[in-house]
Write a protein that binds this ligand. Structure first.
Ligand SMILES: Cc1cc2nc3c(=O)[nH]c(=O)nc-3n(C[C@H](O)[C@H](O)[C@H](O)COP(=O)(O)OP(=O)(O)OC[C@H]3O[C@@H](n4cnc5c(N)ncnc54)[C@H](O)[C@@H]3O)c2cc1C
Ligand code: FES
Length: 282
């Protein structure tokens, strides 16, 4: 599979950068990127400025992309300060310019019929799911959201996003907001109550695996947006590989920046490492 054919390299101006709980919400004037992005795509951002010693781009899921408005096209991202690159990004002020590549990766496929959908987000992983929810609602789907995090400041559930969906259940491990526990503690009951037909999830790998165990048990299709460490984001370095089963049942270490981040969970081999029998493995 080649790189997303819609991807371009663009200089993007920061329109705003504001703190939202534990995260930064950054809006960019993004050339063609906002026009061409689909829910689930991500962008890769060069960090550290002109003489940066940080050569690797950093990957961020697109929270919202808009093709029109005052600025020709905008892309919004939600950034958690993690290491030096993301920390630098959160400190950039309005008017600064960033070099971005995007839109990258696969996007969330949309159901042909109006069905009952659950979107499950962990931490900043909920960000791309609200744009997806807009698209699902416009196709007549019912959308119930479960948003979880360790603590309330790490819950990302914007007001307009909450208005889009039919219901939002928040879970926190320390009981600082919503139901005490994890997203999986409330998911089975939601599946039964709303007769969920389809699940989309985005968050830490352990959460995706736990959600998938429930989806498989209930035999509900489940699309995940995975987050493997990415060094290049454009298919060159093989840092981001995961064992993925293809249509013939062959397991291949596949690049999640190209064949992902959105993948049918049925194809993901969740065991970790390189499973026995993987194509090309010794
Ligand atoms: C598809 C995708 C979507 C994401 N979306 C978001 C989002 O919406 N919001 C958010 O806050 N974060 C998101 N992330 C995570 C974000 O990319 C990282 O937090 C960020 O790259 C960390 O950079 P850093 O400089 O702050 O941290 P550092 O830990 O200092 O990272 C340094 C760099 O090294 C790379 N790296 C790490 N491990 C390895 C390795 N084993 N081999 C090679 N390179 C490695 C990293 O990818 C990074 O580019 C996403 C990641 C992916 C893959
Ligand atoms: S991040 Fe380099 S190939 Fe995927």
């Amino acid at each position: 599979m080649p790189i997303n054919p819609r991807a371009t390299v663009t200089t993007a101006r920061i329109l705003s950068n504001r703190k939202v709980g534990a995260y930064h919400h950054i809006a960019l004037e993004a050339g063609e990127v906002g026009k061409l992005a689909k829910p689930g795509n991500f962008i890769a951002i060069a960090v550290g400025g002109e003489y940066s010693a940080m050569p690797l781009h950093r990957a961020f899921a697109i929270y919202r992309a808009k093709a029109d408005g005052v600025h020709a096209s905008t892309v919004e991202i939600i950034v958690a300060a993690h290491g030096k690159g993301s920390e630098w990004l959160t400190k950039q002020s309005e008017g600064s310019q960033l070099r971005i590549t995007g839109p990258l990766g696969t996007s969330f496929p949309l159901p042909a019929e109006p069905v009952n959908v659950a979107i499950i987000g962990g931490g900043y992983g909920s960000a791309p799911l609200f744009d997806l929810a807009d698209h699902l609602k416009s196709r007549g789907c019912r959308v119930d959201a479960v948003i979880g995090a360790s603590t309330s400041s790490k819950i990302f559930a914007p007001l307009d996003g909450k208005r889009t969906v039919n219901s939002v259940t928040v879970t926190t491990e320390d009981a600082s907001a919503g139901v005490q526990g994890r997203v999986t503690d409330v998911l089975e009951e939601l599946i039964e109550r709303q007769k969920i037909d389809l699940i989309y999830s985005c968050g830490p790998m352990a959460m995706l695996k736990a959600v998938d165990e429930i989806a498989q048990r209930k035999q509900i299709p489940h699309l995940v947006s995975v987050e493997e460490a990415m060094a290049c984001g454009i298919g060159i370095c093989m840092t981001c590989v995961l064992p993925i089963r293809d249509a013939n049942g062959t397991i291949k270490m596949s690049r999640t920046c190209i064949e992902g981040p959105v993948i049918d969970s049925e194809c993901v081999v969740w065991s970790g490492g390189i499973p026995e029998g993987t194509w090309g493995a010794p």
